[in-house]
Design a protein around this ligand. Structure first.
Ligand SMILES: Cc1cc2nc3c(=O)[nH]c(=O)nc-3n(C[C@H](O)[C@H](O)[C@H](O)COP(=O)(O)O)c2cc1C
Length: 200
């Protein structure tokens, strides 16, 4: 695969004093360090999307930032979502953002990293988010990367206090890129076929 793969990282927490960006920064740096990969942080706190009244493709008056958010997801080859666990689920702000779009997710692999203050790593949020992503037509990958006790395992600058997280993150990124490359290759074949058909 010679084309650059685009994998934006969605920061799923907007809470005041939030810690999820520590992990998002860490993942973003490791992902962007891979050859042939372009990445960018999509911070839901910066997008500040209002409560969803209708999906982007049905809106004539999209709220500020929504078209740009949609474009990032449209051009993505895969997504990496870094989400906190709130009350055994994922935050409403993340669901609100996801619900704005639909065709943009189709057949795209999604890696989910869950962040928790406690010792369980947010695995309840993981299973719920996987189910929602399947409904959106995306493909949550089987690999998981639960982050426990985020305040002591990651620094504010996005460094892992425990090097085990670096190894785990790299294995997780290997998996995500495997699916990303496989599906991007298939999409490229589909595009070539379409060009051939219309060229004739
Ligand atoms: C409303 C709320 C509910 C939470 N529920 C859980 C939970 O169910 N399980 C858990 O491990 N941590 C829970 N936490 C702690 C978060 O995982 C913790 O705040 C962590 O730092 C990640 O979220 P953050 O980005 O908001 O900081 C909760 C935090 C909030 C604000």
């Amino acid at each position: 695969m010679t084309e650059t793969l685009y994998l934006p990282v969605i920061v799923g927490s907007t809470r005041r004093g939030r810690q999820t960006p520590r992990v998002a920064l860490f993942m973003h740096r490791r992902l962007a360090g891979r050859p042939g990969v372009e990445s960018r942080l999509l911070d839901l706190a910066e997008y500040a999307l209002p409560i969803m009244e209708e999906r982007l493709h049905k809106r004539e008056d999209p709220p500020p930032g929504l078209e740009e958010f949609g474009e990032q997801i449209r051009r993505a080859d895969a997504l990496l979502i870094v989400t906190p666990e709130y009350n055994s689920g994922y935050p409403g702000v993340l669901k609100n953002a996801l619900d704005y779009l639909l065709p943009q997710y189709r057949r795209k692999p999604v890696g989910i990293v869950t962040v928790s203050a406690g010792p369980w790593g947010g695995l309840s949020a993981l299973s719920q988010l996987r189910q929602v992503l399947l409904s959106l037509g995306a493909l949550p990958i089987p690999a998981r990367l639960p982050v426990e006790r985020v305040d002591s395992t990651f620094t504010a600058a996005g460094d892992a206090a425990d090097p085990a997280y670096e190894r785990r993150a790299d294995r997780f990124i290997d998996e995500l890129l495997w699916y990303t490359e496989a599906l991007a290759a298939r999409r490229a074949l589909d595009r070539d076929e379409q060009t051939d058909r219309h060229g004739r």
